[in-house]
Design a protein around this ligand. Structure first.
Ligand SMILES: [Fe+2]
Length: 391
């Protein structure tokens, strides 16, 4: 089956049926072939080709298009719901739309990073629909997307970090009472903040363990690269730019790239610095398991005043809660449960019970709103790894 696509949508594995330009005008010996490397894609772009015909029976299709078709029906419902007035819904009601918003953001970021690698600009029109869906979900109930952010594949760290970073920042902005326009702009900054990493060599980006001093110098360059790439994006807000350009600055002036101090860093840059560390430390990587959120919240408090603005750390903890959505908790009835929703009562969240630790067995999943009863309490936050539970 043949399909016309833009040259920027080309991927390794696609089968080119027609290069849509005269044989003399391109550097390949044949007109039909399967793309095997980025170099071939670059050559096609350099030849000035704008559109290409691919054969999706002989090679890969466009990822986003395929997913859109698969989820078409559900998307219709969600699009309709996105236009509804934001109002509180339960996490379970919000889970479907949140899953789609999360997946679409992941697809977008994968696509955008691939395009940036080939020197393409980021167009705001491409980011806006993704962010609008995320902010609509966050306004209805942030805990659905926050819970999903805890579950991530280890091999796609940069992509998925950008999505969960964005979700955390938007929830943070929402809990601070910032207007919807700002929530969207922090979300855009969150998705794009590490775009400069497309220029960081893979062996440094994915190196297990500590970087050497020289490697760290190269790694740090991603912030300046992000800024340079995003300066080419027309209409990008200062809020979004601050997040990309300042997310590694520290409150005491010991950050990079500029070593800005205190108020020299914008509020959004300061918020981004907190969220970046929280997300990086809670994430599972291929070479280590992430820390539990409660442990990381303690570290944030420890670094208050040095790395971070203490006032904003307190506000961030209020936003994600002492028991963040997706955490595993041990209850006083000796059952294990996942935190589902913290919006009614941060200390007494809604949880889903699923393991009896006394009998050492799984039990049918059951929702309990701890705020609505006095018998069962949270004893501790537990580690999924310690209990050998996959989540
Ligand atoms: Fe970064």
């Amino acid at each position: 089956m043949l399909k016309k696509i833009k040259v920027t949508q080309l991927r390794i594995g696609m089968y080119i049926n027609d290069l849509q330009c005269g044989w003399m005008n391109h550097p390949f010996a044949v007109n039909r072939f399967k793309i095997k490397s980025d170099t071939e894609i670059r050559k096609i772009i350099a030849a000035g080709v704008k559109e290409i015909e691919i054969d999706i029976k002989k090679g890969l299709d466009i990822f986003i298009e395929k997913r859109k078709a698969e989820n078409g029906q559900l998307r219709k419902v969600i699009d309709q719901r996105s236009q509804d007035k934001p109002g509180k819904v339960s996490v379970l009601q919000e889970l479907g739309p949140a899953k789609i918003a999360f997946a679409e953001a992941g697809e977008f970021i994968t696509d955008m990073m691939a395009n940036a690698k080939m020197g393409q600009h980021v167009e705001l029109e491409q980011v806006n629909p993704v962010i609008n869906k995320m902010s609509a979900s966050i306004l209805r109930n942030p805990n659905a997307l926050l819970g999903l952010s805890r579950i991530r594949a280890m091999d796609k760290y940069t992509f998925e970090h950008s999505v969960s970073f964005s979700v955390l920042l938007m929830s943070f902005a929402k809990s601070m009472g910032l207007p919807i326009e700002t929530i969207n702009n922090v979300g855009i900054g969150g998705l794009l903040h590490d775009i400069g990493k497309t220029l960081t060599p893979d062996e440094i980006l994915n190196k297990p363990g500590k970087l050497t001093d020289q490697e760290f110098v190269i790694m740090k360059k991603h912030v300046v690269d992000s800024r340079l790439i995003l300066e080419k994006t027309k209409g990008l807000s200062q809020v979004s730019m601050d997040i990309a350009a300042q997310h590694h600055e520290k409150f005491d002036g010991n950050g990079y790239p500029l070593g800005l101090k205190g108020d020299q860093i914008s509020t959004y840059g300061q918020m981004a610095a907190i969220v970046d560390v929280y997300d990086a430390l809670t994430a599972d990587r291929c070479y280590h398991v992430g820390k539990e959120p409660s442990e990381v919240l303690k570290l944030l408090l420890k670094w208050s005043g040095t790395h971070f603005n203490p006032d904003l750390v307190r506000k961030f903890i209020q936003a994600v809660g002492i028991y963040p959505a997706g955490s595993l908790v041990l209850l006083s009835n000796q059952h294990l449960a996942t935190v589902i929703d913290i919006s009614d009562n941060m200390l007494k969240p809604q949880v889903e019970v699923f393991v009896n630790t006394k009998k050492r067995c799984y039990v049918p999943r059951k929702l309990i709103n701890l705020a609505e009863q006095d018998e069962i309490k949270i004893l501790s936050i537990e580690s999924y790894v310690k209990w050998n539970i996959k989540h």
